[in-house]
Design a protein around this ligand. Structure first.
Ligand code: TYD
Length: 210
């Protein structure tokens, strides 16, 4: 694949989305061809699955159903959007990807890392991020930030603090398991500082790719 695949991960409210847009603008100004996308979502089918997943009307959703729906949206996303963009040499910036499934469904829901990894193996179609930015921030601070930003909470955001703590631990375990791919960002800092931390890592990656 000619392009670069960069994913943004971390707890709800960590400030990932703001940074995805800042990075995109910066790279475009430098002349790179980029694609911003998100999970769940990115495609028409994926956005419909996203509505199902995040709607508070579906509080009865089983953990396994949830895991398969995220994986189904991902399979479509990889096939329809991510792979073609990487083949064209684009830098793909993705707001959440498979690590979110491992953290939220594997750890948060307690399905376990192995189950979630093995189900997602098919969805990934051999695509792996070149770099994953883990936005590390105190979980309560992140949740409060998110709540202050958007008044209404989605189905996942409504989960108990204990759930979000397990998700956070999941992300930390992933960071320790894949230290070459997953790099930690101190997301408690202000927007400019966080952006600087991110661009250092991306610039390094771009240099290696040359
Ligand atoms: P979103 O509004 O995109 O959250 P954020 O702005 O914090 O990134 O909602 C996506 C939610 O779905 C978020 O709570 C994380 C969750 N999620 C999973 O549980 N598993 C997954 O595989 C993905 C991609 C997201």
């Amino acid at each position: 694949m000619k392009g670069l695949f960069i994913t943004f991960e971390g707890p709800d409210g960590a400030g990932k989305t703001t940074q995805v847009y800042l990075v995109d603008r910066y790279l475009k100004e430098k002349g790179y061809s980029t694609l911003i996308t998100r999970e769940p979502g990115g495609t028409k089918i994926g956005e419909e699955i996203r509505n199902l997943l995040l709607s508070c009307a579906h509080s009865e959703m089983d953990a396994l159903t949830e895991m398969y729906l995220y994986a189904a949206a991902r399979a479509q996303h990889v096939k329809q959007l991510i792979k073609p963009a990487l083949r064209e040499g684009k830098i793909v910036l993705c707001d959440r990807f498979v690590d979110s499934s491992i953290a939220y469904q594997g750890f948060g829901r307690g399905l376990g890392m192995d189950v979630v990894e093995s189900v997602n193996r098919y969805a990934l179609q051999e695509v792996e991020p070149d770099l994953t930015l883990f936005f590390n921030i105190d979980i309560e601070e992140a949740l409060n930030r998110g709540r202050a930003r958007n008044g209404s909470l989605d189905r996942l955001e409504r989960e108990k603090l204990e759930f979000h703590r397990r998700v956070y631990q999941g992300f930390c375990l992933l960071r320790d398991k894949y230290p070459c791919r997953i790099k930690e960002i101190d997301a408690s800092k202000d927007i400019d500082d966080v952006f600087k931390q991110i661009m250092e890592l991306i610039e390094y990656l771009l240099c290696c790719k040359k």
